[in-house]
Every structure is written in structure tokens, then in C-alpha cells.
Design a protein around this ligand. Structure first.
Ligand SMILES: [Fe+2]
Length: 214
């Protein structure tokens, strides 16, 4: 008979150990403090975590890591543009020569991925990698990276658009690679339609992935 300590617990379809449940509860409590001035961002982060966990269960990815990555992915969204740029400069983040001012909306993921490991040293590098590429896409994206990217794009609190509805309709029907591709291209179209700056790294990654898929 399993001891109480080793007995796994159920949560929303995922099977977690008591220590994993305690860790999730701690991260949720930390996040509530971190994002207390941004209730919509907090709700979005909780929703991304649930969506990422569901996608992970569906596509054979670790649901615990997906849930935690979802919780933490927008941790630094509370920072001002000036603070994000200052931290990006201090960390010497590599945005391929693009001016940090031009990629302001993309900085929060990379900054958090560099700073949060000190706070949560037991989490593996794949969590930080998923957070670092969740705004840009990137080369050599693994399953957890793709799960977080898609979850951020389709979580149910995000207002529906044609592209988002298209991706939502593919969940469970398309492979994770195809689901990610649809979400990634949809994100690029959204940026183009809005007349906003498209990060050159994302263009290079799009071209590499398009060549890989042809
Ligand atoms: Fe997000």
C-alpha cells in the first residue's frame, strides 16, 4: 500500500505528487502577489496554465512542467517598458541586433527566463526555455515550448478572432507540430495586420520552419 507521502493526487485530470501540488500552490500564491496590480494578467496566466496542462496531457508532454511554465510565463509583465529595456541591456539579451525599443512586447519572456531560475532553482531548464521563446518562437523548439506557445495564444479568456478560432478547432485533431505552426503563423499575421514591428528572429525562424515542413 502506498504511503501517504508517495500517494499521487488527482488535479484536473493530471496526476501529481503531494510535493508537486504544494509547489503549484506556492507558485500560484507567489504569482498572485507578483501580479496583484494586474488582475486580468493574473487571470490570463492561470488560464494559460490550465490550457497548457490540458494540451500537455493530450500530446504526451509533462503536465506539471506545462502548468508551472504557464503560471510563470508572464511574470515580468508588471514591469514598465523602461525597466524591461534596462534589464534586457543588463542581461545583454540577444535580439539579433533589433533595437530593444522595437521588441518591447517580447522582452518579458526572456527577462523572466534569466531571472526566475534563482527564485525557483528546482525547475529544469526546459521550463525557462519555454518561457524565453513564448513570445518569439525559436529554433529547436521542443514539445513543452510548443505547448506553452499555443496555450498562450488560445487560452479561453483570450478574445476570439478568426485565427485563434482556427487554432482552437485544431486542438486534439492536429499534431502538436501542426497546432504550433498554425498558432505561430496566426501570431505573425496578427502582428502584420496591426502594422507592428516583426522581430527579425521570428522571420528567420518562420523561414527555417517553412523549409523544414515543405
Ligand atoms: Fe501570456
Amino acid at each position: 500500500m502506498a504511503s501517504k507521502k508517495n500517494k499521487a493526487s488527482k488535479m484536473r485530470g493530471a496526476c501529481y505528487t503531494p510535493s508537486q501540488l504544494a509547489f503549484i500552490a506556492q507558485v500560484e500564491a507567489d504569482l498572485a502577489i507578483q501580479l496583484q496590480s494586474k488582475p486580468k494578467r493574473l487571470a490570463h496566466s492561470m488560464s494559460v496554465a490550465s490550457t497548457a496542462e490540458s494540451l500537455a496531457l493530450m500530446y504526451g508532454v509533462d503536465p506539471f512542467l506545462a502548468r508551472v511554465a504557464g503560471l510563470l510565463h508572464d511574470w515580468d509583465k508588471v514591469l514598465s517598458d523602461e525597466e524591461l529595456i534596462a534589464r534586457a541591456e543588463a542581461l545583454e539579451l540577444d535580439f539579433g541586433g533589433d533595437d530593444y525599443k522595437d521588441v518591447k512586447p517580447l522582452l518579458h519572456g526572456c527577462v523572466a527566463a534569466r531571472e526566475l531560475p534563482e527564485r525557483y532553482p528546482d525547475l529544469p531548464d526546459e521550463v525557462w526555455h519555454a518561457i524565453s521563446v513564448h513570445t518569439t518562437g525559436g529554433y529547436r523548439m521542443g514539445p513543452l515550448d510548443k505547448v506553452l506557445f499555443v496555450a498562450d495564444g488560445i487560452e479561453p479568456l483570450r478574445p476570439a478572432s478568426k485565427g485563434i478560432e482556427e487554432t482552437r478547432a485544431l486542438v486534439g485533431r492536429a499534431s502538436l507540430d501542426d497546432l504550433f505552426w498554425n498558432s505561430f503563423v496566426g501570431g505573425i499575421i496578427y502582428v502584420l495586420k496591426g502594422g507592428r514591428h516583426l522581430y527579425e528572429g521570428t522571420i528567420r525562424f518562420y523561414n527555417a520552419l517553412a523549409a523544414e515542413r515543405s
